[in-house]
Design a protein around this ligand. Structure first.
Ligand code: PRP
Ligand code: URA
Length: 217
């Protein structure tokens, strides 16, 4: 698995990340979701540079232009519910993409007891697609690994890009074991050093689902 850490170099992505993490800014849910979307826009742009392009003829009012556009059949998949704003950001950029959804929730509690439940999946045919599996938080990696295995019931993508806002070292190590192939790329806007005893990323940002949509009971 290739790993691309967009937070390692200076760019406006780090300014969006600073707002996402800041407990004094997080109270504004619209801004929180918007920052996830803005990170998705920037990540989608970087990812777009890895796609396969060919020239297309476009008729302008004056003449014909030849424009390089991508040929990949993109599907953007996410995990409900924290993934929704991030997902929308990718769809803003890849406006012709199909979308795939899956529900997963983690039992709350001690890290060693956490089980992940998948109850809903809706996806187009994935065979031959360039599949972007996007979820803002990669903590233990359990949700994304199980999500991808569940999505495989809808076909096998040609390429897999896993896109996260914050990835923990532990989550990355798990995905590296699960996806050793160089055809898989992990994109992150920040890589954080550890998980706490409830499997939250530290320093992280807290609970992305609750900050986007309110506390769940
Ligand atoms: C978050 C996030 C991931 C998962 C990551 O969802 O969107 O799907 O946690 O954790 P993991 O890497 O340890 O599996 P959460 O379970 O908080 O659900 P929510 O979207 O309903 O808030
Ligand atoms: N889910 C979140 O929303 N935050 C974390 O730190 C871990 C999982």
């Amino acid at each position: 698995m290739k790993i691309i850490d967009l937070g390692a170099s200076s760019s406006v992505i780090n300014c969006f990340m600073a707002q996402l993490r800041d407990v004094n800014v997080q109270g504004n849910r619209t801004l929180f979701r918007n920052n996830l979307k803005r990170i998705a826009h920037a990540m989608a742009y970087e990812l777009s540079r890895t796609l396969a392009y060919s020239p297309k003829a476009v008729q302008t009012p004056l003449a014909q232009a030849s424009v390089l556009t991508y040929d990949d059949r993109i599907v953007v998949g996410t995990v409900l519910r924290a993934g929704l704003a991030f997902h929308e950001g990718f769809l803003d950029v890849f406006d012709g993409a199909d979308a795939a959804f899956l529900s997963a929730y983690r039992d709350e509690g001690k890290a060693e007891d956490i089980k992940i439940h998948i109850e809903y999946i809706a996806a187009p045919r994935l065979d031959g697609s360039t599949f972007l599996l996007v979820d803002p938080m990669l903590a233990t990696g359990g949700s994304l690994e199980l999500a991808y295995r569940a999505f495989l019931s809808k076909g096998t993508p040609a390429k897999l890009h896993i896109c996260c806002a914050i990835a923990s070292r532990q989550g990355i190590e798990r995905l590296q074991r699960a996806f050793p192939s160089d055809d898989v790329t992990l994109w992150a806007a920040a890589i954080d050093p550890e998980l706490n005893d409830r499997a939250y990323i530290v320093p992280g940002l807290g609970d992305a689902g609750d900050l986007s949509f309110g506390e769940k009971i």
